[in-house]
Write a protein of this length. Sequence first.
Length: 360
Amino acid sequence: MPAVCQADIGSFIGDGAVYDAGHSVTVAGVMIDPEATAFTERYRAIAIIDSDNDAYPTSDEALIENPTVEQKLMYRAARPDSVTFYPLRYRIDAEGAPFWEIVDYNEGETSYLYDVHTLSLPSEELIARCTEKEGTCSITDTVDFTIDTVFTTRSKDPIRGINNYYPERDDCTVFVDGEAVNINYFLSNRSYIELNDGNTDGKDCEIGWQVSDDSGTVIAQGIDVYPLPIFGGVEQGWMIRLNTEDGQITRWKSGSYTVTLSLNPHHNIEEAYYLNNTVEPCRFTIIPAILGDADLDGEVDITDATTIQRYDICTVELNDTAKELADADRDGDVSIIDATWIQRFLIGMKAPEGIGKAIR
């Protein structure tokens, strides 16, 4: 099936560290060697349509600083999208990780592919809607947004920068009944335009969200307006609090759920490319809040007693929900005594009422 690919290109500095990873191009195809026996030799070149280069018909005009929108439109008309082939080279970076170098793409720097997205071809209706009519082009009509990373989290505050995102710490796909289920996403402004109060012309960047249960029934949905400004070429994070209304938790029954985001569902901003308008859904599970379940895995067993023991000697941390469930005798304190109560419960000895049962 035909497809369009978007590729992101980064650069290295002298010590092999990533220097920049903020440039995107359209990939028209690749040149392969059908006789190559190793995949590292199979891919010989990549065909790129680079919108930055297409803005200028000659190298002299490419030196113009801060061209106006009218100039760029004129230059593009004089030089429609051109395809350039760049050799590909399989390499290993300073830390031993493999990457594909795009040879001679950026003079003086090593450029590499770091992300490739396959996008569906546009429909006839989409082409008609996005085809510019003479005199109708506005600077905010060509803003290109994408949602790059989506994850559910227990974090109470939004993670704003991708460099502050650590999946092993921040991602969470299992929540306890009564917990806030939050979804963090990173929005990229892939254009050169800064969307701010001065040039939005009443337009907002909207994020539509929808939560469905296992039967496919939509149980919650809404639209959030992304806070301005959104700087050109910048990726920023924000949070949607899925089951929080007016500061209160809306309880959902235990089970598996799917959350889907969509970018500008009403298309208030005419994006340059909104083929990637709908983000792949992510899933999360809600489990009962069981007294004694200190490790939040949905059951009470010996690992919960061990977790409490480790918490008591400060080798692990417990979040507020885990502390509530770890307090087996419900005296307001999590201590080694609670671990002992759980051990007694597991071997059938007398223990406080409620251990092993849902408290909500």
